[in-house]
Ligand binder design. Structure first.
Ligand SMILES: N[C@@H]1[C@@H](O)[C@H](O)[C@@H](COP(=O)(O)O)O[C@@H]1O
Length: 234
């Protein structure tokens, strides 16, 4: 894994943008995208640029179960707001949080991923080392599934909701098995609250207890971390 340490989140966003730019120059067709506060600075840079994704496909990592796409807390709404409204893709896929049959929805999403192999996958990281919504303990082989959110993730994500009780307890998530098939992976981490997870991802053993540690087994990973998030890496 290659580590790029930046002064702050703004600088990190710029470095992240450059990875997207390079991927496009190398004819990347399909981009795996992420939500959360972390990718916002990269999306801002993309929005301000002349990069054109109108011939590309995007596939998002995850979506809350039970939330409508037009609900401001949904990941579809987030993606429209921060990226798609300004930089449309040819097609943008997210799991349907309202699907009646979750097994079918997961299978359909896997088919989408299989039809569009991901050239560049963007990831954030949870404070407990989760990627997408693959929480500690999740098998490295899983594909799309409904994940139960841990208390720490519900707590961390409650800042986006009026009340912690409004945070969904479940989400569709692309599995680690699919994430690892991406040609290139870009993981971003900003802030001291990510320092332990980033250190465990880099220096710790590869273990399902720290889902992001699996990235040590991937041949092409770039991690962009600000000084605070990279502080505990050996
Ligand atoms: N499912 C998302 C992850 O994809 C994200 O990486 C993580 C960190 O979020 P943030 O970037 O807001 O710290 O939170 C959520 O749980």
């Amino acid at each position: 894994m290659k580590l790029i340490v930046t002064k702050d989140e703004q600088q990190g966003g710029l470095e992240g943008f450059k990875v997207f730019q390079e991927a496009l120059q190398n004819n990347a067709q399909t981009f795996g995208l992420a939500t959360g506060s972390t990718p916002i600075t990269t999306y801002e840079q993309i929005v301000q640029s002349d990069l054109d994704f109108s011939n590309c496909i995007s596939i998002n990592l995850d979506e809350y179960v039970g939330i409508k796409p037009d609900n401001p807390q949904s990941y579809r709404y987030f993606m429209n707001k921060y990226l798609f409204n300004q930089k449309p893709f040819k097609q943008s896929f997210l799991p349907n949080g309202l699907a009646q049959n979750s097994k079918q929805e997961a299978a359909d999403y896997d088919q989408i991923i299989n039809q569009h192999p991901i050239d560049l996958q963007l990831l954030g990281i949870g404070q407990n080392g989760h990627i997408g919504f693959n929480e500690p303990g999740t098998s490295f082989d899983l594909t799309t599934h409904v994940a139960k959110l841990t208390e720490s993730t519900i707590q961390a994500n409650s800042r986006f909701f009026k009340n912690i009780n409004d945070v969904p307890k479940e989400a569709y998530s692309m599995g680690i098995g699919s994430i690892m098939k991406s040609k290139k992976i870009l993981l971003e981490a900003f802030g001291t609250q990510k320092a332990d997870a980033v250190a465990a991802m880099f220096n710790g053993p590869v273990t399902i207890d720290v889902p992001a540690s699996v990235l040590q087994n991937h041949p092409d990973v770039v991690v962009i971390a600000d000084e605070a998030a990279a502080a505990k890496v050996n």
